[in-house]
Write a protein that binds this ligand. Structure first.
Ligand code: ADP
Ligand code: MG
Length: 378
C-alpha cells in the first residue's frame, strides 16, 4: 500500500560545514525534522528567523544536501541517506517561489512564465502546443492573461509575485514550495495576497509547503502549522489547535500573544485540571495527563479574559484582582495592561465601555480559554 501522504520527511538533519566531524559533534541547522502533508494540504513552517525553515525547504527542493534522513514526494524517494538516493533539484519537478522572485527583466510576462518549460535540451521540452497551453493555463490561474505581452518590469509588486507563482505552476508540480513569498510586498498588499494565494492553492489543489515567520499569515492560510524553534519542530497542528492548545512555552509565546502564569496542579478530574497560581485558582482543560503537584504554565489569550470592575475594592485585593495600568484604543477593541500581583496581563476587550486607568478589576476567564502548557523537562 502506498503512503497516504504526498510529502513525507523523516529524521532530517542538516549541518553547514563540519563535514569531517562525527554526527554527535556537529552543529545542526536542523535536527530530526519529521513532517508530512496529505494531498492538497497547505502546510506552513512557522518560526523566528534562523530556526531552520529555509534549510528544511531547500532540502526538500534539492538545493541543499541533508546529512541524514529521507524525503519522499508522491511515493517517489527524492533523498535517502540510507540508500544513497539524492535526486538533483531539476529532477524533482517541484515548484518553488522565493522571497526574491527572480523575474527576468528582459523577458515579457509570457516568456517568464514559459521559461521553466524551455530550458534544457530541445528533445526534453514539451511540444510547442503543450507549452502554449500550459503557460496560458498558468497565467489564467494567476489572472495575468491580459498582461502576457507586457514587459515583466512593468508589473506591480503583487503582479510580479503572481508571475513568479505562474512560473512555478507551469511545471504542474505535485508539490509547491514557497519561502516567504509575500515578505517583499507592502503591508496592505501582503494581506490581500494572503487571500489570493489561499484561493489559488485551493483552486488548483496543489499540496503546498509555505515558509513564514509571520504568525498571522500562518494562522490565516494553513491546513496545518509546524512551529519550529532552534532547528526542531516544536508542534504540528491545525491553526486553532496551535492557538488554543500550545504544546510548549515557546509555542504559547510565539503564536499569538499569550499571558503565561506558572502554577501547580492541585487536582485533576477527567480533562479538567484545577491549578493554583500566585494570583488565584483557575480551572483549565488539558489534553495531557498531569498529576497533582505537577508544575505547569497556564496560557490565557488576551481576548479570553473579561474585566469586571470591582465596586468598593478592599485594600487587600482578592483572587485575580488587580488594577488597570494602561489602555490603548484600537478601534473595535481596547488593549489593557492589568497588574495582578507580580504579573502584567494583556487583555483585549470590546471598546464599548472602556475602563479608565486606575480601575480596580477582577479577571474572569472561561475554562476553554485557559490552556495548560506542560513545562519542559530539564
Ligand atoms: P530561517 O529560514 O528559519 O530563517 P535558515 O534555515 O535560513 O533559517 O537558517 C538556519 C540556520 O542555519 C541559521 O543558524 C543560519 O545561520 C544557518 N545557515 C543557513 N544557511 C547557511 C549557509 N549557507 N551556510 C552556513 N550556515 C547557514
Ligand atoms: Mg529563511
Amino acid at each position: 500500500m502506498g503512503n497516504p501522504n504526498l510529502l513525507q520527511v523523516d529524521g532530517l538533519y542538516k549541518s553547514y560545514g563540519d563535514r569531517k566531524k562525527e554526527h554527535s559533534k556537529r552543529q545542526y541547522a536542523i535536527a530530526d525534522i519529521n513532517l508530512s502533508a496529505v494531498p492538497g494540504e497547505f502546510l506552513t513552517l512557522l518560526g523566528p528567523s534562523g530556526c531552520g525553515k529555509s534549510t528544511t525547504l531547500r532540502c526538500i527542493a534539492g538545493l541543499e544536501a541533508p546529512n541524514l534522513g529521507k524525503i519522499s514526494v508522491a511515493d517517489r524517494v527524492l533523498f535517502s541517506s540510507e540508500t544513497g538516493v539524492s535526486m538533483r533539484a531539476n529532477q524533482r519537478g517541484l515548484g518553488m517561489v522565493f522571497q526574491s522572485y527572480g523575474i527576468w527583466p528582459h523577458m515579457d510576462v509570457y516568456k517568464n512564465a514559459a521559461f521553466p518549460l524551455l530550458v534544457g535540451s530541445r528533445s526534453s521540452r514539451p511540444p510547442a502546443k503543450q507549452v502554449r497551453e500550459r503557460v496560458e493555463r498558468a497565467l489564467e490561474v494567476v489572472q495575468l492573461s491580459a498582461f502576457a505581452g507586457r514587459s515583466a518590469t512593468a508589473l506591480s509588486g503583487g503582479q510580479q509575485q503572481r508571475l513568479a507563482l505562474a512560473r512555478a505552476l507551469v511545471m504542474e508540480p505535485p508539490l509547491l514550495l514557497l519561502d516567504e513569498p509575500l515578505s517583499n510586498l507592502d503591508a496592505r498588499l501582503r494581506t490581500d495576497m494572503r487571500f489570493e494565494l489561499k484561493r489559488l492553492q485551493h483552486e488548483i489543489g496543489v499540496t503546498t509547503v509555505y515558509v513564514t515567520h509571520d504568525q498571522s499569515e500562518a494562522l490565516a492560510m494553513s491546513t496545518n502549522i509546524a512551529v519550529m524553534s532552534n532547528g526542531k519542530v516544536e508542534q504540528v497542528g491545525a491553526p486553532s489547535e496551535i492557538y488554543t492548545a500550545p504544546a510548549s512555552e515557546f509555542v504559547a509565546r510565539f503564536v499569538g500573544s499569550s499571558n503565561l502564569v506558572v502554577g501547580t496542579v492541585s487536582s485533576a478530574s477527567g480533562d479538567d485540571l484545577v491549578v493554583k497560581t500566585p494570583a488565584g485558582v483557575v480551572t483549565a482543560t488539558s489534553q495531557v495527563d498531569l498529576s497533582p503537584g505537577s508544575e505547569v504554565y497556564i496560557s490565557i489569550r488576551p481576548e479570553s479574559i473579561s474585566l469586571v470592575e470591582v465596586d468598593n475594592p478592599s485594600p487587600e485585593l482578592g483572587e485575580w484582582e488587580g488594577m488597570v495600568e494602561g489602555t490603548a484604543y484600537l478601534g473595535m477593541t481596547v488593549e489593557y495592561r492589568v497588574r495582578v500581583g507580580d504579573i502584567e496581563w494583556t487583555v483585549v476587550s470590546s471598546s464599548e465601555k472602556p475602563l479608565p486607568v486606575g480601575t480596580v478589576v477582577r479577571l474572569e476567564f472561561a475554562k476553554h480559554g485557559c490552556a495548560v502548557v506542560p513545562m519542559a523537562v530539564k
